[in-house]
Design a protein around this ligand. Structure first.
Ligand SMILES: Cc1cc2nc3c(=O)[nH]c(=O)nc-3n(C[C@H](O)[C@H](O)[C@H](O)COP(=O)(O)OP(=O)(O)OC[C@H]3O[C@@H](n4cnc5c(N)ncnc54)[C@H](O)[C@@H]3O)c2cc1C
Length: 429
């Protein structure tokens, strides 16, 4: 039987497997994690609004009734296209069709050393690390006298004014102004300064300008200062250095610097590019043919964030979930039709719009011809995100959690986890 190997159980890989449900193929789905992660809600975990398990679902549970899929927990490491062999870190297997949907990782534009100071948001571990950083900053400020050091703990810098940066900054604003109110005795959390840094001239630069403006107004309402046309030139523990387009330099003192400025393909993408002699783009994405196969390798398909698909618009398709999902469904159809000796027209992306929340009860959204913002945009955001969560149980849990958070202004998942605190260090720093 035709063996389809899928690497990655994210949006692209999972939807390929699900769409091959009733096809006469044998599928092996490989992921280095044992769960599918709903990344659009990672910022909610990072800011204590949801727990990690609310936005992740075990791959085995999702696919338990689909008899033609075997799930492997493993990490793809290398490939030999001539023999159709995929190497995992601890095993090897052969394929007839290979679907690569390994997504991306945080990109620091040639400064990997920034990562330890300014964590990005891509995994569950990133989210809990950021949550810890944000909550610890308030804890440390509570035990410091008024002064420069306390101000640095109460200053939060989010780098990157795309949807993730806007959502993170908005949620920190909500924590400072609402969630933590009356929780401390020596500090007033609402005095926290939250800065959002963007290199271009507006936040949400891929959205219509009108919605960028609406998002900016909401950010200001939540007390967030937005610096556009500012590039980060240096990050060190305790401060970040920025450069304006007029070449002025600014130093901002903060112990909570968060990165939301870019994604690049991971190590397997680079190994694949080398093995297939395909030249990746600057972000490490692999150019694909109109049918999503790699040039000269008709049985290797690359989809989602790892693919550079430039056969439809002036720019490559964006790294968003609907692109990965539609590509996964297309590949499933492609394989099915190909097995019947026929072929399929080129992949065509149907743009369903985009949306981002900007703090409590506020969001901007483009859905088809509709532009929504404020409370109505937020309701649309809530509904669509709830419906997209993979498991019904998570939908119910998230619905109740959000309703509770909305009514009480609380964020029950604001736990500091991952290592005990040294009380001396807490007092000293
Ligand atoms: C914080 C954040 C917020 C976002 N918000 C939105 C949003 O609001 N709307 C939207 O449309 N999109 C959003 N996105 C983008 C969206 O999540 C991605 O476009 C989408 O996840 C891409 O799907 P994918 O299948 O290509 O990769 P992913 O979903 O990233 O899945 C990749 C999978 O591959 C696995 N993997 C990686 N390397 C290997 C390996 N070597 N071996 C085995 N397994 C491997 C990973 O464990 C992972 O499960 C957001 C992304 C982030 C990070």
């Amino acid at each position: 039987m035709h063996h389809v190997v899928i690497i990655g159980g994210g949006f692209g890989g999972l939807h390929t497997a699900l769409s091959l449900r009733s096809s006469p193929v044998k599928i092996t789905l490989i992921d280095k994690r044992n769960f599918h992660l709903f990344q659009p809600l990672l910022y909610q975990v990072a800011t204590g609004g949801l727990s990690p398990a609310n936005i992740a679902a075990p791959l085995r549970a999702i696919l338990k009734h689909q008899k033609n899929v075997t799930v492997w927990l493993g990490e793809a490491h290398g490939i030999e296209p001539k023999t159709n062999t995929l190497h995992l870190k601890d095993d090897s297997l052969t394929y007839d069709s290979l679907v690569v949907a390994t997504g991306g990782e945080n990109a620091y534009f040639g400064h990997p050393e920034w990562e330890s100071v300014a964590p990005g948001l891509k995994t569950i571990e990133d989210a809990t690390r950021i949550r810890k950083k944000i909550l610890l900053a308030f804890e440390k400020a509570e035990r410091l006298p008024v002064g420069k050091e306390r101000t640095a703990y109460l200053t939060f810098v989010v780098i990157g004014g795309g949807p993730t940066g806007v959502e993170l900054a908005g949620a920190i604003g909500e924590i400072a102004h609402h969630t933590l109110r009356h929780n401390f005795r020596n500090i007033d959390p609402s005095e926290a300064q939250i800065m959002l840094i963007e290199g271009t001239d507006r936040v949400l630069s891929t959205y219509p300008p009108e919605l960028s403006e609406r998002a900016l107004q909401s950010l200001h309402r939540f007390g967030i200062q937005v610096l556009t046309n500012h590039m980060v030139t240096h990050i060190q523990p305790g401060h970040v250095q920025l450069q304006t387009d007029a070449n002025d330099r600014i130093i901002m003192y903060s112990h909570t610097i968060l990165w939301a400025a870019g994604v690049q393909s991971g190590t397997f993408g680079l190994a694949l590019a080398q093995a297939t002699q395909v030249q990746p783009d600057r972000a490490g994405r692999l150019p694909v043919e109109p049918d999503l196969s790699l040039p000269a390798h008709p049985n290797i398909f690359v989809i989602g964030d790892l693919a550079h698909f430039n056969h439809q618009l002036d720019a490559p398709l964006p790294g968003v979930a609907p692109v990965a999902i539609q590509q996964g469904k297309y590949i499933a159809k492609h394989i099915r039709i190909h097995l019947k000796g026929k072929s399929l027209p080129a992949f065509k992306y149907k743009d369903m719009g985009a949306m981002a929340t900007v703090g409590r009860a506020s969001a901007v959204a483009v859905i088809g011809k509709w532009k929504l913002w404020g409370f109505v945009g937020w309701l649309a955001w809530l509904f669509i995100h709830l419906m997209q969560l993979v498991e019904f149980q998570n939908r119910v849990l998230v619905f109740f959690q959000w309703s509770w958070n909305y009514l009480t202004r609380n964020r029950a998942a604001r736990l500091i986890t991952g290592g005990l605190l040294d009380p001396k260090k807490l007092k000293k720093t």
